[in-house]
Design a protein around this ligand. Structure first.
Ligand SMILES: NC(=O)c1ccc[n+]([C@@H]2O[C@H](COP(=O)([O-])OP(=O)(O)OC[C@H]3O[C@@H](n4cnc5c(N)ncnc54)[C@H](OP(=O)(O)O)[C@@H]3O)[C@@H](O)[C@H]2O)c1
Length: 343
């Protein structure tokens, strides 16, 4: 392959995992304020599946290639980038384009590889970490001693949320859909995980914490909205980060007023570079020590070769996993060849 070219995974047409195709594209060049990363590992997230299916288009100006988080080495620097040198190990929140051998990222969204981390572990961090941190702590203002409920506790997002919240001194509860997933959530720090297929999380959590939850991190939505509102304590905060059960739910406004509840939420990708950089700065100062001490560690279900991207999407979609899937993109930034994708 031409040294100026790189292997990428494209979404050929909107659809199932089989629409992912390897292709070649010119290596991107960093603009002012950007870092070019030679990607070694790329994390996979549920939003990638939504983008592939055609229901979560990239924001204007972002790469059309999937991939929101990577780890690798600094391969080039745009003008006015300070604090990084060629060859530095790095991980980054991408605006897209992470399923590729090279990607350009605004410098403010780059962070050093946490000490002691492999490339695969570091690649599993940015999308989940920025999302959890920005929502639980910056938006939700979770503080030590508060009760937090993490729905979808066994997901990539959930496994990190449980550990970070526990590390910050919160009393953490979770929901998940199987006994095995519940056990995994309890192993990483949930006081109790409710199997939502078998028990009512509202009454379950009230048995443990009669005042209810101070904060709920919810990726379910729809019919969970009234139950979340019922479960929140006075001055409670509901933080919505996805709507797997639907975008619309019924809200009892009198309960909202009586308990002085705040309903909020966010999606990470459309936020400005400045807002992502502000989260990154907070992470570097306050989360990196927790990552490097081992108090918090990403849970990785599997690391698959780059060529197994279709299988990785199938497995994430099937939903039997705990934590994250990561693609091992390249050991050598200039790796040659253009393999077929394995099914
Ligand atoms: N707002 C943002 O900026 C942002 C950023 C990244 C991701 N997200 C969203 O966050 C969610 C997690 O992302 P991910 O990449 O970590 O995906 P993931 O690992 O595939 O997780 C999806 C999780 O949803 C859980 N779930 C589905 N229905 C549930 C229910 N009724 N009650 C409790 N849990 C339920 C599943 O758990 P069970 O199998 O146990 O049901 C699964 O663990 C996704 O919905 C994603 O779109 C949002």
């Amino acid at each position: 392959m031409d040294a100026e070219m790189m292997r990428v995974v494209e979404i050929s047409i909107p659809g199932g995992p089989e629409v992912l195709r390897f292709s070649q594209r010119p290596r991107p060049k960093p603009n002012a304020g950007e870092v070019l990363i030679a990607v070694q590992a790329a994390g996979i997230n549920r939003p990638d599946l939504a983008q592939r299916a055609g229901v979560y288009p990239p924001p204007p100006g972002a790469s059309d290639l999937p991939g929101l988080e990577v780890a690798g080495h600094v391969a080039a620097l745009g003008d006015h980038v300070e604090g990084w040198r060629l060859g530095d190990p790095i991980c980054a929140l991408c605006n897209g384009g992470g399923y590729a051998e090279f990607v350009t990222v605004p410098a403010g969204q780059c962070l050093p590889l946490p000490r002691g981390y492999s490339m695969a572990e570091a690649a599993a961090l940015p999308e989940t970490l920025f999302t959890v941190w920005g929502n639980l702590f910056m938006r939700g203002r979770l503080v030590p001693g508060e009760v937090v409920l993490v729905h979808g506790g066994a997901s990539g997002i959930g496994t990190l949320a449980i550990q970070l919240a526990r590390g910050k001194g919160a009393h953490v509860y979770a929901t998940a859909g199987t006994a095995e997933k519940c056990a995994a959530c309890e192993r990483i720090g949930a006081r109790q995980c409710f199997n939502y297929r078998q028990e009512d999380f509202v009454s379950g959590l009230r048995t443990m914490a009669p005042q209810g939850a101070n904060v709920i991190l919810d990726m379910v939505g729809g019919d969970y909205l009234p139950r979340n509102i019922e479960l929140l304590a006075e001055e409670g905060r509901l933080i919505q980060i996805a709507t797997q059960h639907g975008r619309v739910g019924s809200l009892d406004l009198s309960l909202l007023m009586r308990k002085r509840i705040i309903v909020t939420g966010s999606t990470l990708r459309p936020q400005t570079a400045a807002s992502k950089a502000a989260i990154a700065a907070d992470l570097r100062q306050r989360a990196w020590p927790m990552l490097e001490s081992g108090e918090v560690r990403p849970v990785i279900q599997d690391v698959l070769p780059f060529t197994a991207v279709v299988e990785a999407h199938r497995r994430l979609e099937a939903g039997a996993h705990v934590g994250k899937f990561v693609l091992a993109v390249s050991d050598h930034p200039t790796s040659q060849g253009n393999p077929e994708i394995s099914p």
